[in-house]
Write a protein that binds this ligand. Structure first.
Ligand SMILES: Nc1nc2c(c(=O)[nH]1)N[C@H]1C(S)=C(S)[C@@H](COP(=O)(O)OP(=O)(O)OC[C@H]3O[C@@H](n4cnc5c(=O)[nH]c(N)nc54)[C@H](O)[C@@H]3O)O[C@H]1N2
Ligand SMILES: Nc1nc2c(c(=O)[nH]1)N[C@H]1C(S)=C(S)[C@@H](COP(=O)(O)OP(=O)(O)OC[C@H]3O[C@@H](n4cnc5c(=O)[nH]c(N)nc54)[C@H](O)[C@@H]3O)O[C@H]1N2
Ligand code: SF4
Ligand SMILES: [Mo]
Length: 741
């Protein structure tokens, strides 16, 4: 039976349309004298900047910089300085909720959890264990990621567990494993400072990782050349020495042509290639015909610029290549990643001071969260769920029979497809808002409506939670102890500053109690997060992501430890590959041959333009958190369609005119923002909003065949001006208060 989404606010006061946060009385904010100051990390992106939270009356009331933390040295971005507004937010979920005919009503914890376990039992008995699935998220700490993986496999005993990193890091992960046999940024960002050339591919660093720019500026102060590859002239691209405005979806042609230039001009490190790599000849062969004119035609970038980029890269003595979702969110995301890595390997500039490579991890724990086993194909330590030795090791640590350990399950979007087909009937999700963040979201909504039972764990009522039968109030970052692993591979401590408000509970305690009620209590006898971490250490031992030598005490003492850290007396590994012992089966770094192929959708007469999507500085992911903070909303209140003046003029589109964007999934209207900074054949819309403002209603569900990442960065579209000008946005009022809110 299809279930209508309950999209109307039900408890008006708690879930009303107010998207900003008027401070409550007594909410002191910055400048106050807090009862305590807790040094921890920002809850948002993968930089995991150090921050000190001010606590009074068991409430986070403000913050101050944590200047000693080595990565950001006190610097914070617009989101970081507002994150403290969430703990006392009036929208916080304070008690479990149950769906009934007219909406949601509060329910006691015991009744809520009983209902959850009864429904899990019913669905698994009727349709099989795998018919109950789990989705998770990597804003969760390492401990919670590990716990979710174990919970799904040991308590739920389902193979169908996946996570929101599937929308984020998996192309990079797969590419790194192919090339290096290990999935981590090869260097700490300290190596950026003296790199001669920095090549930044598909990363809007100033908006998405603002504090990382400091390291890039340092390099520039030291004379580094910065090359940025992005179809938009982003803020960081405006400061670059060379901007290559690539046509979306064509990156591998560009990097292939650059590799060809390296070969032709012999800008190669032959010793490194011969002694430490394999596959060079095939990679070279694959791009032998990629001359500058061909590449210019395919990518839309002038041949001279491609030649110059290759020359700067080729002649440099030190260099750092960074990429992010701009090259990874593609149906050939993995190919894009390995074509970048080929450039690094060809010049042998890795595993040496100021010579680095890395994907820039997105979510707060995008790194650790992709190592500890809540991916559909993975076990802790970044082990492979289909490898018999890996399965045997984890079964031993968990005290189960290997035969009882489920195998590989479906990836996130495939799981939604299975729900849509009726193969998966029940779902538990934690820390994930797929209705806003998955592509083709009308299809996602249909799937959610087909679920027989759905339980959602979050601290705000996300759009996806509106489809739940039971909503369980979980905990914010600052409400639990744990660790996360930053984009650099540095494992840091998250400290509990306050306990969850109302009757909200820590995510950990919710999962532990559910495990108990599902009859697996003996396998989940953890008393605190540190005990979970200690089991994770053992589980990860011997895996590529080896945390065995890391302890809470050691992290605190050193302000973080870089994995791999295989023994207690091991100092950790900020720079990988100094020993040249790659983790591939043959011990060599692998070149991968990449022949250029196009995106799944290519412009045609009906859909002549490319729609690409991404982020703005003041909003975070599906927006559940940042759309509730007034100052951030005021900074960028609604999604706008970035369009080049030449294209706007051809289509007679005016500034702020509503433009109908149509893709194969449907149509929506967005106000135009006419900017010089985007290619003429491309439009850009950020994705942080739900409903009719959600660009994911229009994006495609095409996946990379290896990583299963959706092609968020290329959908073809048509554009039509409506003649109507969008009214000025009603900005949320910022009511007084010493914190400026
Ligand atoms: N403010 C803010 N910061 C965030 C987040 C957020 O939501 N808001 N989210 C965090 C997370 S989880 C992530 S994954 C990161 C993402 O960080 P980024 O990857 O930097 O962000 P995106 O906006 O997704 O995409 C980056 C750039 O890719 C470009 N691009 C689009 N198509 C192509 C293409 O085909 N080739 C190339 N070379 N470039 C292309 C876009 O123009 C865009 O400028 O940000 C993290 N930080
Ligand atoms: N079109 C388009 N779509 C995209 C992208 C794009 O570039 N373009 N980017 C993709 C990327 S890179 C990503 S990472 C995804 C992100 O997509 P999502 O993961 O769905 O986005 P979030 O907003 O992080 O959703 C997480 C939910 O978990 C809750 N939450 C956060 N922390 C915790 C916690 O500690 N405990 C609990 N219980 N709940 C928590 C938040 O309130 C929120 O409701 O979006 C993807 N979608
Ligand atoms: S850069 Fe990322 S981690 Fe640092 S303050 Fe901003 S959102 Fe938080
Ligand atoms: Mo992400």
């Amino acid at each position: 039976m299809a279930k209508a989404p309950l999209t109307l606010p039900i408890l008006q006061d708690q879930f009303g349309p107010t998207l900003h946060f008027p401070p409550k009385e007594g909410f002191a904010g910055r400048g106050s004298s807090p009862e305590s100051v807790v040094a921890t990390h920002c809850c948002f992106c993968g930089m995991q900047c150090g921050i000190k939270l001010h606590v009074t009356n068991n409430r986070v009331v403000g913050f101050e910089p944590w200047e000693e933390f080595p990565f950001n040295e006190g610097r914070l971005c617009p989101k970081g300085v507002q994150r403290y507004m969430q703990n006392g937010h009036p929208d916080r979920l304070l008690e479990p909720l149950e769906r009934h005919a007219g909406g949601f009503r509060p329910i006691e914890w015991d009744a809520a959890l009983s209902k959850v376990t009864t429904e899990i039992g019913r669905i698994q008995a009727a349709y099989g264990r795998d018919a109950f699935a789990m989705l998770s998220g990597v804003s969760l700490t390492n401990e919670k990621s590990y716990l979710v993986g174990k919970f799904a496999r040991v308590a739920l005993r389902t193979k169908n567990l996946d996570y929101n990193g599937r929308l984020c890091m998996v192309s990079a992960g797969a590419g790194n494993k192919k090339a290096f046999g290990l999935d981590r940024s090869s260097n700490s960002y300290a190596d950026l400072a003296k790199a001669e050339v920095i090549l930044l591919c598909g990363a809007n660093v100033s908006e998405t990782f603002p504090t990382l720019t400091h390291w890039i500026w340092q390099a520039r102060d030291n004379g580094a050349k910065l090359i940025v590859v992005d179809p938009r002239m982003t803020p960081i691209a405006r400061t670059a020495d060379l901007h290559l405005p690539v046509r979306p979806g064509r990156d591998s042609a560009l990097y292939g042509a650059m590799l060809n230039q390296l070969v032709k001009n012999d800008w190669l490190d032959h010793d490194f290639i011969d002694s430490h790599t394999s596959g060079f000849d095939a990679a070279k062969e694959a791009v032998a015909s990629y001359d500058l004119d061909w590449a210019a035609q395919v990518t839309g970038v002038e041949p001279e610029k491609i030649a110059l980029a290759a020359e700067w890269w080729g002649r440099a003595k030190t260099s750092f290549l960074l990429h992010a979702r701009g090259i990874e969110h593609h149906s050939k995301g993995v190919e894009n990643v390995v074509s970048c890595i080929n450039l690094v390997l060809a010049t042998g500039r890795i595993g040496k001071p100021y010579c680095g490579y890395g994907t820039i991890t997105g979510q707060g724990n995008g790194q650790g969260g992709r190592e500890h086993g809540h991916k559909c194909d993975q076990l802790p330590g970044n082990r492979d769920i289909e490898n018999p030795e890996h399965r045997a090791h984890i079964s031993r640590v968990w005290g189960i029979e290997e035969a009882d350990l489920p195998g590989k399950g479906l990836s996130a979007y495939e799981l939604i497809e299975a729900i849509h087909r009726g193969e998966v009937r029940g779902l538990i999700s934690i820390c994930f808002n797929p209705l806003v963040s998955l592509p083709n979201s009308r299809f996602v909504q249909e799937a959610l409506e087909k679920l027989e039972f759905y339980v959602n764990i979050d601290f705000f009522m996300s759009e996806t939670a509106h489809h739940a039968d039971i909503v369980l109030p979980g905990a914010l970052h600052e409400e639990e102890e744990g660790t996360v692993t930053t984009a650099e591979g540095r494992v840091v401590r998250i400290r509990q500053a306050v306990t969850p408000p109302g009757s909200a509970r820590t995510d950990t305690s919710i999962l532990l109690e559910l495990a108990q009620r599902l009859g697996a209590g003996d396998k989940f006898a953890f008393k605190n997060s540190e005990e979970i971490f200690n089991e994770l250490r053992v589980a990860s031992k011997g895996g590529t992501a080896d945390y065995f030598g890391i302890t809470y005490e050691k992290i605190e003492k050193n302000m973080g430890i870089f994995w791999p850290c295989p023994e207690l007396d091991h100092p950790g590994t900020p720079r990988l590959w100094e020993d040249r012992k790659f983790k591939t089966p043959d011990g060599r770094a692998h070149f991968n041959a990449v022949s250029f192929r196009d995106s799944q959708e290519v412009p045609d007469e009906t859909y002549p333009y490319i729609l690409t999507t991404g982020r703005v500085v003041s909003q975070y992911l599906s927006g559940t958190q940042t759309r509730r903070i007034g100052k951030l909303v005021r900074q960028y209140p609604e999604p706008l369609l970035e369009i080049h003046p030449a294209l706007a003029s051809r289509l007679s589109i005016r500034e702020r005119e509503y433009v109908t964007v149509t893709t194969r999934r449907g149509s929506l209207e967005f106000p135009a923002q006419i900017v010089q900074t985007i290619r003429e054949d491309t439009v850009f819309v950020p994705y942080h909003w739900p409903g009719d403002k959600s660009i994911n209603r229009l994006t495609s569900g095409h996946l990379d065949p290896i990583s299963k990442i959706p092609e968020f960065k290329v959908s073809t579209c048509s554009l039509r001006g409506t003649g109507r000008i969008a009214p000025p946005v009603q900005l949320p009022e910022l009511k007084g208060g010493s914190n400026g809110q």
